[in-house]
Design a protein around this ligand. Structure first.
Ligand code: HDE
Length: 704
């Protein structure tokens, strides 16, 4: 439909009647209300361009009679509506995507011919989709789940899709197990729940029988699966890829994204409450960041290594359940990605974008990782089923931004009209049909493959526990406690006791104390036996780069602070705290009992950004409570106010209070520590707000 169609049609109910004063309300003859914004409105038409005289009433035999089949306008509208949904992604259905650019800062010319990795300063458009894995498209943003990190680079040499996750390893080693893994984690087929959760029997049953998943299990039980914001997550290409240079030599590469805002996660109790308070917590956060010009940015880094170096690793880098510690192969930062433009239309872009792990450009190639090899088939196939046509590459969000042409023809929803009589290659009839370019077209790495064909897992994939142990031992004591407690939480939701025990048995190979903490948390009568390990566990040096706390930035940049106020609050104090917070790079939201605002001590009105009942402190990184005595008294019986401070305290956040705020803390039975500061000392508040009060945790909950 052409939105610019201005052909005149001014039926009685048509809103296309030209300018009307903004905010005017008009009554249509059907009794409906039209809120009319000012401006020229195009004519409302059918998909065939026929103007509508009435978009409120279907065609009926008489005012009280049946609707007529003849009503092609009704039928067209309803038919289109009935077909609005396309199959959602079988995994990663829920996602948020943003446009932006990638800029190379260091050339990898020595290693690759790919222009995107050799042309320093060049800005390449990208479309990046960040997703959860297990839930449906309408599920919450904040389950305990892996996050997808998919980047489509529209390079000069074709589209390169780096379809990664926020965790550098994966559950399984071979693609053939993927459908089983996903069937186990998705809602159970007989009951249709739980949605978007690993805490149930089928998931842990599968895991208990799949020892190769143990390293990933450590990562998913850590707070990595509870990101505070999509802007505060790392991204990983996971598999080893190859770079190929002009001489045809290849080097292995792992790709990494590192958020400029640093890593930041929530804690479990907080996450559970966020899921109730704001189902769209991450999507809204990203939307607001883009809308306010706080464009998220990531460093792009690579780990480069040769076959000779790989031969010396105490693991097989082609096994996707292993990572290469940064201490072994350092990260080289070679570029940055900035996301700066929200899509115009969610369906057309975020839903229809089709990432394919097989989309690479000349100079980048695949490794023999058997998980990656399976993915090279799966994505193209899934897009065919999801988008319904082999022409999905023509949808604007998927189309390369460089010229592309070949002799593929026809198919559902063909949008092109190729001219001429030639649709094959080679041909001698057309002077301008596309030809191969042997010099700079795509070449695969020159590798020799030998050995016996068969369904054989390489013996070098047998070590299932060493890196899981390395991960656990690399964490701070706070993070270790979170991992142990997450395991207790999840396994407590598992009904089958033998499954709980089997998991604890695996944990014994990772670290005995972890196994005993979890066993105690589950009240097991004795520590279960460990299963036979396929390979001995080797000791690897701790890698601090695997922590979250070690990688959190001591900053308020990109974060949010809530200020709870009531009638009679001191406007000067509010202003001072607000300025200190915004100067530190965070956003401020005013929370009040009524959204219309409060009457401050000086009788001025301050409008609230959120009503107390709908804006709990879980939505913020730190809070200030600035109340008059009367306000504090009024809030003393409001559970939303009491929970506001109690949760902020329980979630280890800094709390700034004035006298009235202190009264509320007392009523809520909230203790005092270094994270509770007076609003008079704004600097102390900013210092405390830049981190979490980890030491407080032992006083607010029993961890495993
Ligand atoms: Fe995916 N994965 N995956 N995956 N994956 C899909 O493709 C698949 C794996 C990842 O925002 C599907 O378009 C197989 C690893 C992301 O649109 C599907 C295997 C990693 C996204 C598919 C894996 C990923 C997907 C579903 C095991 C991290 C979302 C819808 C061999 C490196 C992309 C779709 C987006 C999506 C298959 C494992 C990342 C079915 C067979 C490992 C970020 O094709």
């Amino acid at each position: 439909m052409d939105n610019k169609n201005t052909s005149s049609n001014s039926g009685e109910h048509n809103q296309a009647k030209g300018p009307a004063p903004s905010g005017d309300t008009q009554l249509g003859s059907g009794g409906e209300l039209h809120q009319v914004a000012g401006g020229e409105h195009p004519t409302l038409t059918t998909n065939q361009g026929v103007g509508l005289s009435d978009n409120q009433n279907s065609l009926r035999a008489n005012p009280n009679g049946p609707t007529l089949l003849e009503d092609f306008i009704l039928r067209e509208k309803i038919t289109h509506f009935d077909h609005e949904r396309i199959p959602e992604r079988i995994v990663h259905a829920r996602g948020t995507a943003v446009h932006g650019f990638f800029e190379l800062t260091t050339s990898l010319k020595q290693y690759t011919t790919a222009k995107i990795l050799t042309e320093v300063g060049e800005k390449t458009p990208v479309f990046t989709r960040l997703s959860t894995v297990t839930g449906g498209a309408g599920s919450v943003d904040t389950p305990r789940d892996v996050r997808g990190f998919a980047v489509k680079f529209y390079t000069k040499e074709g589209n390169w899709d780096l379809v990664g996750n926020n965790i550098p390893v994966f559950f399984i080693q071979d693609a053939i197990k993927f459908p089983d893994l996903i069937h186990a984690v998705k809602m159970e087929p007989d009951r249709g729940f739980p949605q978007s959760a690993t805490a149930h029997d089928t998931f842990w049953d599968f895991i208990s029988l799949t020892p190769e998943s143990m390293h990933m299990v450590m990562w998913i039980m850590s707070d990595r699966t509870l990101p505070r914001s999509l802007r505060m997550m790392e991204g990983f290409g996971v598999h080893s890829f190859r770079l190929i240079n002009e001489a045809g030599e290849s080097t292995f590469v792992k790709f990494h994204w590192r958020p400029k805002l640093g890593l930041q996660s929530t804690i479990w109790d907080e996450t559970v409450k966020i899921s109730g308070a704001d189902q769209d917590f991450h999507r809204r956060d990203m939307f607001e960041a883009i809308a306010t010009g706080n464009f998220p940015e990531w460093e792009f880094a690579v780990q480069l290594f040769t076959q000779q170096e790989a031969d010396k690793f105490p693991f097989d880098h082609l096994d996707a359940t292993k990572l290469i510690p940064e201490e072994l192969v350092p990260l080289r930062v070679i570029g940055r990605m900035v996301l700066d433009r929200w899509p115009n239309n969610f369906f057309a872009e975020t839903e229809q974008v089709a990432y394919c792990a097989s989309s690479v450009v000349p100079g980048i190639d695949f490794s023999n990782d058997p998980l990656l090899q399976g993915r090279l088939f799966s994505y193209q196939d899934t897009q065919l089923s999801r988008l319904g046509s082999p022409n999905f590459h023509q949808i604007p969000i998927n189309a390369p931004k460089c010229p592309f042409s070949n002799q593929q023809r026809d198919g559902h929803m063909q949008m092109e009209q190729p001219a001429g009589r030639v649709a094959y290659e080679p041909n001698s009839l057309s002077g301008n049909s596309p030809r191969e370019t042997p010099a700079n077209g795509f070449h695969s790495a020159v590798v020799t493959e030998t050995g016996q064909k068969g369904r054989i897992r390489a013996g070098s994939f047998n070590d299932h526990y060493s890196q899981a142990r390395q991960f656990y031992l690399s964490q701070t004591v706070f993070e270790q406690a979170h991992i142990a407690s997450a395991l207790v939480f999840e396994l407590s939701k598992v009904e089958h006791v033998h499954v709980r025990k089997a998991i604890v048995g695996h944990l014994r190979h990772i670290e005995e104390t972890l196994a005993s903490r979890v066993a105690e948390g589950l009240a097991l009568d004795k520590i279960p036996d460990a299963p036979v390990a396929a390979a001995p566990v080797i000791e690897m040096p701790p890698s601090p780069a695997l922590q979250i706390i070690g990688k959190m930035k001591y900053t308020l940049m990109g974060r949010a602070v809530g200020i709870l106020i009531t009638d009679g609050s001191d406007g000067v104090v509010i202003k001072t705290i607000k300025k200190a917070v915004t100067d530190a790079g965070a956003t401020v939201k005013i929370v009040a009992p009524k959204v219309g605002g409060v009457k401050l001590a000086d009788s001025s009105i301050l409008v609230a950004d959120g009503q107390l009942a709908g804006t709990p402190s879980v939505l913020f990184d730190a809070v200030a409570v600035i109340l008059s005595d009367e306000g504090a008294a009024a809030l003393s019986m409001e559970s939303a106010a009491i929970n506001f401070v109690r949760d902020a305290f329980g979630h280890l956040k800094a709390i700034a209070v004035d006298k009235g705020g202190q009264t509320l803390l007392k009523i809520a039975n909230v203790g005092q520590d270094a994270g509770i500061v007076n609003t008079n000392d704004k600097d102390a508040f900013i210092i405390a707000a830049k981190t979490r009060q980890w030491d407080r945790e032992k006083s607010v909950r029993t961890l495993a």
